[in-house]
Design a protein around this ligand. Structure first.
Ligand code: F6R
Length: 364
């Protein structure tokens, strides 16, 4: 049941500290601060190319993983939407690794992409939340998210647990290629180990997001901006909002602003900015200036340092707990989930059963 929560979605959002912790425990050794991946039927150390294929929110988890794997393991990663990949008939060198991310493990397009990759000599790795699912059965190996059943149609805890597994996989790949120092691995492990507590800390501030949502529920369009690994979080935020509140929302790479979307900015368009203090902070902060200068209503998610450093005051700002930038995408997924939830509540839409959507898309 929903327990004390009004909707499954809210219950699942609040379960995240626990399921993130449980998923981490399958790979993280907190005392040694190392990652141990389950044994795989192929050698990650010799893989020279990675493809990640998924749909929807799972595709955004894969998009974050591209930043992580390229940065830590120095391996080229291509991320594809399954429905595009499968009909493109992409040429593939044998020996690559193809990763399929799917909460349900039953998404038709993702399954078709898996079959295509197998037939073209790729090692296949499933990342699913349902161990006995078709995608898990047909892949050579499976990694599991321990999110527990996800009932709300909008994916929340499946997404953050996918991110956790992908972060561990990036570390494991980096180590098997000799691309990461013990010190960096220890720092990342420490940061990962702290994620459940940081998420729990942030969830206690749900009321602040609820108040922010009041100002957004009247909007017709909402923009989400982020750079680097925060870009897919912007995309995920926009998807969550449109799915459950039916407000038109778009995620953009912050650097693309001047290439088109800035034309949309006026005082009726909220602009949600995902901006932890990482090496790209200044770049995104300058995009915020551009939006504020045009009267845009910026809602700024950063940490205290990032909020303090911002030159022109945004319409609203929220300081999240400070974390190692590597794990920021996991933490910053939470405010965009809660924002979508509270906007939907303010609009009175059916949060758990949004119109026209199915939990599992088993036909294309
Ligand atoms: C969004 C959402 C969908 C799914 C997509 C893939 O909230 O739930 O976009 O992420 O249909 O589903 P799975 O992960 O089951 O393959």
């Amino acid at each position: 049941g929903k327990g004390q929560h009004r909707h499954f979605m809210l219950k699942e959002i609040f379960e995240q500290p626990e399921v993130i912790g449980g998923t981490l425990n399958t790979m993280l050794n907190p005392a040694e601060r190392t990652i141990t991946l389950p044994s795989l039927p192929f050698d990650l150390g010799v893989v020279n190319r990675v493809r990640i294929i998924a749909c929807g929110t799972s595709f955004y988890a894969g998009s974050v993983a591209k930043y992580w794997i390229e940065k830590l393991a120095r391996l080229p990663v291509e991320v594809d939407i399954a429905s595009e990949f499968r009909y493109r008939e992409p040429p593939m060198e044998p020996g690559g690794l193809a990763i399929f991310i799917s909460q349900s493990g039953e998404t038709a397009d993702t399954l078709a992409a898996l079959r295509y990759c197998r037939a073209h000599g790729q090692h296949t790795l499933a990342l699913v939340n349902v161990p006995e699912s078709t995608i898990s059965r047909e892949a050579e190996a499976t990694l599991l998210t321990l999110a527990g059943p996800e009932i709300g149609v909008a994916s929340t805890k499946a997404f953050t647990t996918q991110l956790v597994v992908l972060a561990c996989l990036a570390v494991g790949m980096a180590r098997s290629r000799g691309a990461i120092s013990g010190e960096t691995e220890a720092e990342i492990c420490q940061a990962l180990a702290e994620v459940p507590a940081r998420v729990a800390e942030f969830l206690r501030r749900d009321d602040e997001i609820r108040l922010m949502a009041q100002g957004i529920s009247e909007a017709r369009d909402v923009l989400y901006l982020g750079r680097g690994a925060s870009f897919p979080i912007a995309l995920e935020g926009a998807l969550k909002l449109k799915e459950i509140s039916y407000i038109h929302a778009e995620g953009y790479a912050a650097g693309e602003l001047k290439h088109g979307p800035i034309a949309l900015i006026d005082d009726s368009v909220p602009v949600i900015v995902i901006c932890p203090t990482d090496e790209l902070y200044e770049k995104t902060a300058s995009n915020v200036q551009e939006v504020v200068a045009r009267g845009g209503r910026v809602v700024f998610f950063s940490d205290q340092e990032g909020v303090d450093r911002l030159a022109s005051p945004p319409f609203a700002a929220m300081a999240l707990p400070a974390v190692n930038p590597f794990v920021a995408p996991i933490l910053y997924a939470i405010p965009v989930q809660l924002l979508a939830y509270h906007v939907a509540i303010a609009k009175g839409t059916d949060v758990d059963q949004p119109r026209n959507l199915a939990k599992s898309v088993t036909v294309e």
